[in-house]
Design a binder for this molecule. Structure first.
Ligand code: TPP
Length: 372
C-alpha cells in the first residue's frame, strides 16, 4: 500500500509520487505548505457540512443523509488530483469530491431533501450528478471516455486539453456485474478512465473480506488493467496516486484502477445503525487514523500551521454549518409541476400529456379548497 504520511504525520519519500506532486512546469508543488493548508481547510469544512447534514436529517429536514465522515482525505485528494477538464462520475457519498469541484454543499443537501432533480450543471462543473444505483458509475464513465477518444482529446500530449474520466464507486459496488463489464470495455478500447474505489471496509453490513478474497486492487489485473492501493486516509497518497493514474489514462495508456483504503466512520446512512454489526474496537482503531488529524500533524511537523489558522478554519466551518442550517430550514417546497420541465431539453408529447393530466389532478384539490 502506498503511503506518504504515516499516522503521526511523518512523511515518507516516494520517488514516483513525489515527482507527481511536483506539479506542472512553472506551477506550485501540489504539496506546497499553502496547498496543504488548503486541503486541511477543505477537509474541516466538508466534515462540518457533513455533521450539520446529519443533524438536519434528525430534525426532519432531510429525507436521508449518507455521511462521508472519515473519507475526507480519499475525497479531497481525488477531487484535487483531477484536472479541470476531467469528467468525474460520482456515487452518492462524494461530498468532498463535490466540494473540490466547486459544488456548493447546499446543492447536495437539497437532493437529500428530495426537492432537487440533480443539483448542478454536469457540463459546467465537469461532474456528473450523484447516482445511487451501485456500479452504474462505471459504464457511464467508460462510455464517456470512449467518446473522448473519438473527440480526439486523448494522447495528444497537451495536458490542458487531453481528458480523463474518474469513475467512483464503493467496495461493495465493485462486486457488481456492471463494474466487471466496464473493465472489459475499458481494457478492450484502452479508454482514458480511472476506476476509483474508496474501500471504506463496509457495504452497509457486509465487510470487504466477504466481497473479495484478494485485495480489491488486484481485481482488475485479470483484465490487464494496472492497479495500485493507496492509503485513503493520507491525502497526499491519494492525490499523487490518482494524479499519476489520470495522467497516464489521458496520455492514451488505457485504464487504471486505484483502491484507497479508508473507513466509513459513521453509519451507512442515517437509516442505519452500525453498532448492530460493527465492533466498537474497530471504530476506535480507525478513529486514531483520522485523516484530518494526520494532515494537521504533518503541518505541525513542518512548522506550517498555527493556532490562529486552526481557529479560523473552525470558525469558517461553523459559519458554513449555520448557513446550511438556515438555508434548509428556510426552503420553500418546490412547485411539483417543475418535475416535468427537466425531463427533456426539448418539448416531448408524452411528457406534455403527463403534465396536463397532473395539472388536472391537482386542480381538483384547488376546487375542494375553494368549496370549503
Ligand atoms: C444496484 C444496487 N443494488 C443495491 C443497492 C442498495 N444499496 C445502496 S448502498 C449499498 C451498499 C454499497 O456499499 P459500497 O459500494 O461499499 O459503498 P458505500 O455505501 O460504503 O460508500 C447497497 C447494497 C443499490 N443502491 N443499487
Amino acid at each position: 500500500m502506498v503511503q506518504l504520511l504515516a499516522t503521526d504525520g511523518t512523511r515518507t519519500p516516494h520517488p514516483e509520487l513525489d515527482a507527481a506532486l511536483a506539479g506542472d512546469d512553472g506551477q506550485d508543488r501540489l504539496d506546497s505548505p499553502e496547498r496543504l493548508r488548503g486541503y486541511y481547510r477543505d477537509m474541516v469544512m466538508i466534515r462540518a457540512a457533513d455533521l450539520e447534514a446529519t443533524s438536519l436529517q434528525r430534525q426532519g429536514q432531510l429525507g436521508l443523509w449518507a455521511s462521508a465522515l472519515g473519507q475526507e482525505a480519499a475525497q479531497i485528494g481525488a477531487g484535487h488530483a483531477a484536472r479541470e477538464q476531467d469528467y468525474l462520475v460520482p456515487t452518492y457519498r462524494e461530498h468532498g469530491v463535490a466540494w473540490a469541484r466547486g459544488i456548493e454543499p447546499w446543492r447536495l443537501l437539497e437532493m437529500f431533501r428530495g426537492v432537487s432533480h440533480g443539483g448542478w450543471d454536469p457540463h459546467e462543473l465537469r461532474t456528473h450528478p450523484y447516482m445511487i444505483v451501485l456500479g452504474s458509475q462505471a459504464p457511464h464513465a467508460v462510455g464517456y471516455a470512449m467518446g473522448l477518444q473519438r473527440d480526439g482529446v486523448v494522447g495528444t500530449g497537451d495536458l490542458t486539453t487531453d481528458t480523463s474520466v474518474l469513475a467512483l464507486f464503493g467496495d461493495g459496488a465493485s462486486s457488481e456485474g456492471e463494474v466487471s463489464e466496464s473493465f472489459t470495455f475499458a481494457a478492450s478500447f484502452q479508454a482514458p478512465v480511472v476506476f476509483y474505489t474508496q474501500n471504506n471496509q463496509w457495504a452497509i453490513s457486509v465487510p470487504t473480506q466477504v466481497q473479495s478474497r484478494v485485495p480489491l486492487a488486484q481485481r482488475s489485473r485479470g483484465w490487464g488493467i494496472p492497479s495500485v492501493r493507496v492509503d485513503g486516509n493520507d491525502v497526499l497518497a491519494v492525490l499523487g496516486g490518482i494524479r499519476i493514474a489520470l495522467d497516464s489514462a489521458r496520455a492514451g495508456n488505457g485504464p487504471v484502477f486505484v483502491e484507497a483504503l479508508t473507513y466509513r466512520m459513521a453509519a451507512h446512512t442515517t437509516s442505519d445503525d452500525a453498532s448492530r454489526y460493527r465492533p466498537a474496537a474497530e471504530e476506535e482503531e480507525w478513529a486514531a487514523k483520522d485523516p484530518i488529524l494526520r494532515l494537521r500533524r504533518h503541518l505541525e511537523q513542518l512548522g506550517e500551521i498555527d493556532e490562529a489558522f486552526v481557529t479560523r478554519c473552525d470558525e469558517e466551518a461553523h459559519d458554513l454549518a449555520m448557513q446550511l442550517h438556515h438555508h434548509i430550514h428556510g426552503m420553500e417546497d418546490p412547485d411539483p409541476i417543475g418535475m416535468f420541465d427537466h425531463a427533456y431539453a426539448e418539448p416531448h408529447p408524452v411528457v406534455a400529456a403527463e403534465k396536463a393530466e397532473y395539472l388536472e389532478y391537482i386542480a381538483q384539490f384547488e376546487d375542494e379548497e375553494q368549496d370549503r
